[in-house]
Design a protein around this ligand. Structure first.
Ligand code: AMP
Ligand code: GLY
Length: 429
């Protein structure tokens, strides 16, 4: 069969790589893809933007695509799944209505509160004076979030009220995020350790995937500005069996049941970003209506089952019959980024060392890369995610950084401590 993967990041490289391994699959086409996807066996790129739903739809119809898997949130929130389904095409992901879980933070918070799913206390505002009045009565730190999609840049953890008010003004007065910031959510600051919990959902049944954790801050020890994610690993040791059961029972099951009750049943990958407090309680920080990036890279490195089979079962409402097998090893991915990211950075730098043969336990997933004049050059903030399997987090980390050492370009930046929390847990066990 022919499968279309929508997107161009590291997540989509990992998806295409994994899907191409399925015996059922003859060809994977990635729209628009990157230099990494174009060099995978059975995988080709097509130059269509991930948000150009009209062009994606005509391509899928003309080229007899049998299954479409959508990586990023923007086309999901814009209703790509409804458009494909209306034309009788199989497209794995949530409907536009269900994708609001990620597309609108106020929708997500109201939903969490209605269904008693644990989350931070919050209030939403469209009016700057009311927001300021509310803020004066709160304590700091406090979190200000643009309501809509802001490419990971819409969240400010404010240490004092001035910073919080400035963040509110950026949204409601200065229009920094356009219509995505015409409403803000102001939220209680939660303490603890974050984890990413991803599952597949078929409308009713839930298949939890391997747990993972990413490092969102740019610099070592989780300092510096928030990014899309500078590295990730799977499993996340903070999610013990007990915590896993609690997450399923208090968060994931009520989420899926609640959406059905709202009349918008959820099909697709569902991601809950969680804060796990020291006392073991868990609260939802955010929902994503897709796989995480870079969490996908280590999680799919560990997936032994056929991903196309799982998506097919989910689309047929048969996930209760699915089982999933994982490599027991730990996978850890280090993002190599362009200096300056998440702010402005240079593009077009020639990347050296990508041709070095990697062992089976190491894989470099591309994100912001392009082929230009026969060279692979940088074309984004996050450039590659070097991912390795090891018997424990320490070994996976050593192998990933060994491979990172082979890859170079002018202006490369990466953290040198990915996985440090898991490694210190392993040491103390
Ligand atoms: P979000 O996009 O909502 O997940 O927010 C991005 C990042 O901001 C999260 O991964 C957290 O690191 C941080 N964050 C968001 N909400 C809170 C909160 N209520 N308390 C503490 N940190 C938060
Ligand atoms: N790594 C976090 C995300 O994909 O949103």
């Amino acid at each position: 069969m022919k499968v279309l993967v929508v997107g161009s990041g590291g997540r989509e490289h990992a998806l295409a790589w994994k899907i191409a391994q399925s015996n059922k699959v003859k060809e994977v086409v990635v729209a628009p893809g990157n230099a990494g996807t174009s060099s995978e066996p059975k995988v080709n790129n097509i130059d269509i933007d991930a948000e150009d739903i009209d062009a994606l739809l005509s391509f899928a119809q003309q080229r007899a695509v049998e299954l479409t898997i959508v990586g990023p949130e923007a086309p999901l929130v814009a209703g790509i799944v409804d458009r494909f389904t209306d034309k009788g095409l199989r497209c794995f992901g949530p409907s536009e209505a269900a994708a609001q879980l990620e597309g609108s933070k106020s929708f997500a918070k109201d939903f969490l509160s209605k269904y008693n799913i644990p989350t931070a206390a919050y209030a939403s505002f469209t009016d700057i004076n009311s927001a300021e009045q509310y803020l004066r009565k709160q304590s700091c730190p406090i979190v200000v979030k643009a309501d809509g999609l802001a490419a990971g840049k819409g969240v400010t953890v404010a240490m004092d009220k001035e910073q919080a008010i400035a963040a509110v003004k950026e949204c409601l007065q200065e229009n920094r995020f356009g219509s995505a910031g015409s409403k803000v959510v102001i939220e209680e600051f939660l303490e603890g350790e974050e984890a990413s919990f991803m599952c597949m959902v078929d409308g009713v049944h839930i298949l939890p995937l391997a747990t993972s954790q990413d490092h969102k801050a740019r610099d070592n020890r989780d300092k510096g500005p928030n990014t899309g994610g500078m590295g990730a690993y799977s499993p996340a040791p903070v999610v013990t069996d007990e915590v896993h059961a609690l997450i399923m029972h208090e968060i994931i099951e009520p989420t899926v049941a609640g959406l059905t009750e709202e009349g918008i049943p959820y099909t697709g990958f569902l991601y809950a970003g969680l804060m796990i407090a020291n006392d073991g309680t868990v609260r939802v920080l955010e929902y994503n209506c897709r796989f995480g990036d870079p969490e996908t890279q280590p999680v799919l490195m560990r997936l032994k089952s056929d991903l196309v089979d799982l998506c097919d079962k989910a689309l047929d409402g048969n996930l209760q019959h699915a089982s999933v097998e994982w490599d027991p090893r730990v996978a850890l991915g280090v993002v190599m980024a362009s200096t300056g990211y998440p702010g402005p950075y240079r593009k077009g730098q020639v990347i050296n060392g990508l041709d070095k043969v990697e062992p089976d336990s190491v894989k470099t997933f591309h994100a912001g890369t392009q082929v230009r004049d026969g060279n692979v050059v940088t074309s984004g903030g996050r450039v590659v995610c070097v991912t390795a399997l090891g018997k424990d987090t320490l070994e996976a980390q050593e192998k990933a950084y060994d491979a990172v050492g082979n890859i170079r370009w002018d202006g490369v930046y990466y953290r040198t401590d990915i996985g440090y929390r898991a490694i210190s847990r392993e040491k103390s066990d």
